[in-house]
Design a protein around this ligand. Structure first.
Ligand code: GLN
Length: 304
């Protein structure tokens, strides 16, 4: 598909060509990626491509398509090319300023929904004070927005916090996109510290976090797709634990006794994180495995 080739391309034909081209360049989901990129360029659902196999691409569409397949070959993840990612059956805008939401993080959301139901039992008697959930390291806002979509608006208020202002902007756009602006408020700052001005010390019912948890030493070994994601969202310091430690310290200031901390974890760090939590007065551990059978989500309760 060189520039001087004067050729009309039909949908079916360009999908086949690109699939082969991607395969030759070791892209795993070659056909899927080709179809997704084309459906993005044609602003068409992927399955509708099948109803339009003979449709010819305009020159503009062809040019846009070429730009995008080049990006994919260079290693840019498909979610950044399309500018969106599905999470908990919702659509989130993503840019290279935010981590691409992962399916395993859906287990965290499910666990928060479970502990929330426990909370509701106690809160029922006091409808005036809402259950307060704070998502730290919020990135695209996928966690608080999914929670807001599933929880009863009358009973909850949710904050999402991120240290990267560009991420906070993306999260806010996602809230608009998913119609949760009234239920979720995004703040800019370090872990839980922005809550200080709202006098929320000791007031939070549930804190959630999918912190950066990769050891700094593994960052250079990651696939080129993952290397396109923000380092700040992945790098957990020398031992991968830096942000768990800082989160636990700050949680002691902001979480209610009896409140829950729900964390995504690196399966290898499970033991060290559990130990740290026990030392700081947390108990009632619940460990959830991901689809690969690895320990992935840990929820704990502040006992003292
Ligand atoms: N909360 C976002 C997610 O789970 C981003 C996490 C992060 O940036 N480490 O996808």
């Amino acid at each position: 598909m060189t520039d001087n080739q004067k050729k009309d391309w039909a949908v079916a034909e360009i999908i086949d060509w690109t699939t082969k081209f991607f395969k030759a360049n070791s892209i795993l989901e070659s056909r899927l990626d080709a179809e997704l990129i084309l459906s993005g360029v044609l602003a068409m659902k992927r399955l509708d491509l099948y109803l339009n196999f003979d449709r010819l691409l305009t020159l503009k569409e062809l040019a846009d398509f070429k730009v995008n397949i080049k990006k994919r070959i260079e290693g840019l993840p498909i979610a950044y090319i399309l500018g969106k990612k599905e999470f908990m059956s919702l659509t989130f805008k993503v840019t290279p300023d935010v981590l691409i939401p992962r399916p395993e993080t859906e287990f965290l959301v499910e666990e928060v929904l479970r502990v929330s139901r426990n909370m509701e039992v106690f809160q029922k008697f006091d409808i005036n004070s809402k259950i307060l959930i704070v998502d730290t390291f919020t990135g695209s806002g996928n966690i608080p927005i999914s929670l807001a979509k599933h929880l009863n608006k009358i009973l909850y208020f949710i904050y999402g916090i991120d240290i990267n202002l560009k991420a906070v902007k993306v999260a806010h756009e996602n809230s608009l996109l998913n119609q949760t602006l009234r239920d979720v408020r995004f703040l800019h700052g370090d872990i839980l510290l922005p809550l200080k001005i709202f006098s929320l010390k000791g007031m939070v019912d549930i804190i959630t976090a999918n912190p950066p948890y990769l050891k700094t030493s593994v960052l250079s070994t990651l696939r080129k797709e993952v290397k396109c994601e923000p380092k700040i969202a992945l790098d957990g310091g020398e031992d991968g634990l830096i942000f768990y430690s800082r989160l636990i310290d700050q949680a002691l200031d902001y979480l209610k006794v009896g409140g829950y901390l729900v964390l995504e974890i690196d399966p290898e760090l499970n033991f060290l994180i559990t130990e740290k939590l026990e030392l700081n007065g947390f108990g009632e551990f619940n460990l959830i495995k991901d689809l690969q059978g690895l320990d992935r989500v840990l929820s704990v309760r502040r006992l003292s």
